[in-house]
Each structure stands twice: as C-alpha cells, then as structure tokens.
Design a protein around this ligand. Sequence first.
Ligand code: GTR
Length: 399
Amino acid sequence: MKKVSYAWIVRGCALACLALAQGAAAGLEPENVPDLMTTFKGEKVTTVEQWEKVRAPELRAEFMREEYGRRPVERPKEFSFAPAEPDAEMMDGKAIRKRVRVSYAGKYGKGEFTFTAFIPKQQKPAPAFVLICNRPPDANIDPTREKKSEFWPAEEIVARGYAAIAFWNGDIAPDRSSGNRDGVFACFEAPDKGRAPDAWGTLSAWAWGASRVLDWIETEPLLDAKHVAVVGHSRGGKTALVAGVCDKRFAMACSNDSGCSGAKLNHIDLPKSEHLHQIVRTFPYWFCANYIRHVNAEKEWRVDQHAFVALMAPRLVCIASASEDAWAGQEGEYWSGRLASPAWELYGKKGLVSEGFPPPEQPLQEGCISYHVRSGKHNLTSYDWNRYMDFADRHGWRD
Ligand code: GTR
C-alpha cells in the first residue's frame, strides 16, 4: 500500500512537471507573427531584387511612419567637424584620442555636439564601435579615463584592435518629454507649429547623431569606415537598430537588452515584459505620435519587430539579453532574430543559427545574427562587448 502511493506521487509529480514544461514552452513560442516574406499586397518575396525594391522599402516606410518617425534631414547642408581638443596619446601610448566637435545648422537654429574616439595605434585603419551612450557621460564615457565603466570598456576595445568611439544621446536631444522641441529638433522644425504625427521621436534623432559621427569616420584616415558597428543599450539598443536600419553605411548594429520597440517581438506572451501601452505612456516622445494607434493593438499590426531587425540584412546584427531582465523580454529578443533570418537567406547567408533559446553564456554566432544571454541584470558589460568584438573578428574585421 505504501509502495503504491509512493509510485503515484512520483507519477503525479512527473506529469505535473511535464505539463508545466509544456505550458512554459508553449507560452514562449510566438504566434500569428506577420509573415516577413509576404508584401502588404500579398505577394511572396523570393528574390533579393523583390526584397530590395519592394519589401524592404515598404517595411522601412511603415516603421518610420508608424513608430520611430521620419527624419526631416540627413546630413545637413551646413555641417562641419573641428577638433575640440588637440589629439592626445593615451592608454600608455596604445591609443590616440581625438575629440571632435560636430556643428550643424538648420532653418530654425544651430546645434553642436562633441564626441570622443580612442583609436588603436596600428598599421592599418582600425574598424570601430560607436556607442550611443544613454547613461551619465561623465561616469560612463569619460574622455580623460579617470572614471572607467564597463558600459564603455574603451581600454579593452582598443586592446582588441578596435576604435572605441562614443557620444552622449542627451547632446543630440534631451531625454525628457519636452525633448522633441529641443536639441536637433529645434534646428529643423518650426517652433510655433504643431508636430506631424510621423515627425521623428528622440530615438530617431539619437540615431541621426550616430550617422553624423559616421560622417566623420569616413573622413578619418586612421579608421576603416567599411567596418563600423553602432552599439547601444536599452533605449540606446533600440536606437542602435534605428541607426543601422536608416544608415546602410553601418556594417553592424548591436542591440543590447533593447526590449520593447527594440528587438523584442510583440507576438509572444511574456507578461513580465514591457508592452506598448507602458512604453508609450512613460516615453511617448521616443516615438512619433502615430505609434499610439498600435497600443493594445500590436497583435493586429501588419508588422512586428522582427521585420525591423530584418532591415539590417545582409549586414551583421547582434542581439543580447540578460538573464534577469524579464522587462526586456529575453525570448522576444531572441525570436526577432530567428524570424528575421529569412531576409539573410535571400542573400544566400544565414541569419540566427539556433536550435532553441540558449542558456546564459552560450552565444550563438554562426550566422549573420549573433544572439547571447548574459547572466545578470539589465546592463551593458564587458562580457557583452567582448561577444560583439568576437563576432566582428569572426567576420574578418581585423584581417
Ligand atoms: C525603461 C524602459 C525600457 C528601456 C529602459 C532603459 O524604463 O521601459 O524600454 O529602454 O528604460 O533605457 O534603460
């Protein structure tokens, strides 16, 4: 009698565990995701030509009109760079530091920002990583290197043969609700007019800043402008994708813990993760006004974020999550990479090569999309940076 009841308990437990596991697995599979390879008119996309002429342009237009907002300007007519300080030898003579002031003007005003570049001293022009820094600049991107932070491990980046370049997003436009009346916005938009529903939000404006840094990189003989990655964390990770999608000169975009409206897919049930109704309530100014129409209706929208990631094809993308960062929706970040992959396949390449959601510290780097989960909290760390550099190495950036 005793034996029987024990067996039943074991069996009962096993069944309960199986049910739980199945439930969990089922919950983590995306459902009814809009098909990447069917145009809005219902045509199947099977060639690079169709992708480049029809599908990619219509997707890009959709995201810029409905989510991030259109940029009124790319490189302005009135635009110049100047050294903000004389070049300096730093990092025990291993790097040259350049501080560059970017000045620009639009119809309604003038703006400027300064960024820092540490370039490794080497024979060949250096490939580069451009960080869109969304954390306090003094503590995170200190040009004097008195303060050091894992958020931008410039010494490690230089030691691996890459230039470490960073600017502060707040220098382009302030990260606050009135932000899209200040900074770069104030130079290109009439102050007394209402904003169009598709007028750019701050993510779009910060991404514009990354492209202006790239304008300078193209002029700098010590740098290899064909191998430049744009990197960002969280709101900066969303921005890094916008920068890469809007500017094909970026050969790689690294979207670290970018979550909702970044790499996270909406068509997956992750109740602990951020949703549109939350992000639009707290940060409406990051987006264009049209975005509000998709709040609580994201599953009816004809696109999802995997299609945004796909606009990087055939270039390189890195997506990363942190194990304790449920707010960013780790599985959603992973699935965007998976479901974006057919865009790379059109080019005869591989996107995210994976059998399933990986455990922490087991990066997936076989294709043109890298994905990893790092143990720990929402952050950009030396571990993440080194995976991004591994991926660039793997694609021959330092050969
Ligand atoms: C959170 C926001 C996220 C993420 C994050 C960050 O408050 O909900 O979407 O972007 O901020 O940028 O740190």
